[in-house]
Design a protein around this ligand. Structure first.
Ligand code: PLP
Ligand code: TYF
Length: 397
């Protein structure tokens, strides 16, 4: 039965992560996978997380099953983190379930959408996180792209975004990144979010928001402003969120799916369908990550420690963005990279060709995703000169 199988290529980003680990060059630089790194190039466990884990170790009462929706304290805390004091929360129109990571949340959303409308098309930004396409295809849904990032200007092509979205029919899904767009770093401004809301109301399609970097762009509330604006204006919406980056809980696999319905009763029905999906995939999520997040968010002391640590990560990334632009200028890297300082989150495209990316890996052990996406957080004081010199040499050839 297995003999007719063909090998599946590894995820190109995670493949690079493995290659980087195996590289013995002491000068190696990892700008590939989207994991935050500090000045030392490490991804340490946050202090707030360590404290919450200590508390858990001493106070955990039971390992009995959690239930399909997961940890109710976590679900409430995540709802508040995403929506704040929003009408959809006060009116009981939003229901949240804990999921295994943002990926698990997207997978549940995909199956949920397939149950709502098996012929729904899912419209994603061109480009988007490659896993989006695999996840929706895996649920049997067709994925279509709408124009988003413009490699000529390294900005948005919003006119074309509007043109395409204006033709998307009711019954289809439009997937937007809440903030820190992966892979381009280009986000919508509030005026553009409003335009999307107007088109969604006019056309009747359903919005799905992927919020994987809340707090990494401008701040926790600022990064949720777009999704909150939409939630005020549309009747139904899905939000998939992840605690991998902002709580640094990557391998603990913790995220959430939030479903907004037209009224509390409809939200409850939709939620029951999502729980049915969860039951048939993994029955219920693992407890650890949710307990850590819930413990942090229910303690003033731990919340303020977490805010400090999140601010530190965001400030470092934003500082690095200008630092990299200046460093590239100083070292004579050909081209104008000013756009990097204007983008959000960990990622930007360098806009360099595939051959140069391959040379950077082969000759300099500098790891960049094939699309030219770099994780800015991989840069630090010790590798910036090496990186900029290598880029100048390779690109000036
Ligand atoms: N969505 C986007 C845009 C991402 O970049 C990621 C990255 O990891 C995820 C979702 C999924 O995150 P998780 O690791 O929580 O599954
Ligand atoms: O885009 C990234 O680098 C992160 C991490 O299959 C990631 O989102 C990459 C690939 C993948 C899972 C996570």
């Amino acid at each position: 039965m297995f003999n007719q199988l063909q090998p599946v290529p590894t995820d190109p980003i995670l493949g690079l992560m493995t290659e980087y680990k195996a590289d013995n060059n002491p000068k190696k630089v990892d700008l590939s996978v989207g994991v935050y790194k500090n000045e030392q190039g490490d991804t340490p466990v946050l202090a707030a997380v360590k404290k919450a884990e200590e508390y858990r170790l001493n106070n955990e009462q039971s390992k009995a099953y959690l239930g399909m929706a997961g940890d109710v304290r976590f679900n409430e805390a995540m709802t508040n983190l995403l929506f704040g004091e929003h009408d959809v929360v006060k009116s009981g129109r939003v229901k949240t379930a804990q999921t295994p990571g943002g990926t698990g949340s997207l997978r549940v959303a995909a199956e949920f959408i397939a149950r709502c409308n098996p012929t729904a098309k899912v419209w994603v930004t061109n480009p988007t996180w490659a896993n989006h396409i695999s996840i929706f295809n895996a649920a049997g849904l067709q994925v279509e792209e709408f124009p988003y990032f413009d490699f000529d200007t390294m900005g948005l092509k919003f006119d074309q975004t509007v043109e395409t979205l204006s033709k998307v029919p009711a019954g289809d899904i439009v997937l937007l990144h809440a903030c820190c767009h992966n892979p381009s770093g280009m986000d919508l401004n509030l005026e553009q979010w409003q335009t999307v809301a107007d088109i969604a109301k006019q056309q009747g399609f359903t919005i799905l928001i992927d919020s994987a970097y809340q707090g990494f762009g401008e701040g926790l509330n600022e990064d949720a402003a777009g999704l909150r604006l939409l939630a005020s204006q549309v009747e139904e919406m899905i939000v998939c969120s992840s605690c991998s980056k902002n709580f640094g809980l990557y391998r603990d696999r913790i995220g959430a799916i939030s479903i907004i319905g037209t009224d509390p009763a409809k939200a409850e029905i939709a939620f029951s369908v999502a729980l049915g999906v969860i039951r048939a995939i993994y029955s219920m999520p693992p407890a650890h990550g949710a307990d850590i997040v819930a413990t942090i968010l229910s303690s003033q002391e731990l919340t303020s420690l977490w805010h400090q640590e999140l601010d530190e990560m965001r400030t470092r990334i934003n500082g690095l963005r200008s630092f990299v632009v200046d460093k590239f200028k100083e070292k004579g890297v050909p081209g104008n990279f000013d756009f990097i300082a204007k983008q959000n989150g960990m990622f930007s495209f360098l806009g360099i060709d595939k051959e140069s990316i391959a040379t950077l890996k082969k000759d300099y052990s500098i790891y960049i995703v094939g699309s030219s996406r770099v994780n800015v957080a991989g840069v630090n004081d010790s590798n910036a000169d090496y990186l900029a010199d290598a880029l100048a040499k390779v690109l000036n050839k």
